[in-house]
Design a protein around this ligand. Structure first.
Ligand code: NAG
Length: 122
């Protein structure tokens, strides 16, 4: 009885992880905009540029740079607004990767949302 319950929960968790990944297709050099949603004022991303995750904070004095530790700066032309909308004036290959919302509420057994920014047609 207990064992069956465990298997059911595990299966649910796995299917939810798959469901939480979204693809967002972009083209190099193009403008791109993505709405993460209200209150998502911190965005985390993993790209090929650094091994560590990079963070971008909504704030008044953004120069577009992301940071892994609050000190280093990984340049981009992204801007994150207070309403959770991110705007890239011009996508570069360094922007391709996986984006997450550290402030997204965690619901039991549900994976956090991940948005993969990929090249169109790939
Ligand atoms: C968030 O704010 C920006 C800048 O004011 C605006 O361009 C964008 O449309 C807004 N996003 C939403 C989802 O309303």
């Amino acid at each position: 009885m207990n064992c069956l319950f465990f298997v059911t929960v595990l299966a649910l968790t796995i299917s939810n992880i798959e469901g939480a990944v979204a693809r967002f297709e972009v083209e190099i050099g193009n403008y791109a905009r993505f709405d993460f949603g209200p209150e998502m004022i911190i965005i985390k991303r993993t790209t090929s540029v650094t091994e560590e995750a990079q963070y971008l904070f909504a704030g008044p004095n953004q120069d577009g740079s992301w940071t892994t530790n609050g000190i280093d700066k990984i340049p981009s032309n992204a801007h994150l607004y207070w309403n959770g909308t991110i705007v890239f004036k011009s996508i570069t290959k360094d922007d391709l990767g996986s984006y997450e919302m550290p402030l997204e509420p965690q619901r039991m057994h549900l994976a956090k949302t991940m948005i993969d920014i990929v090249l169109k047609g790939q």
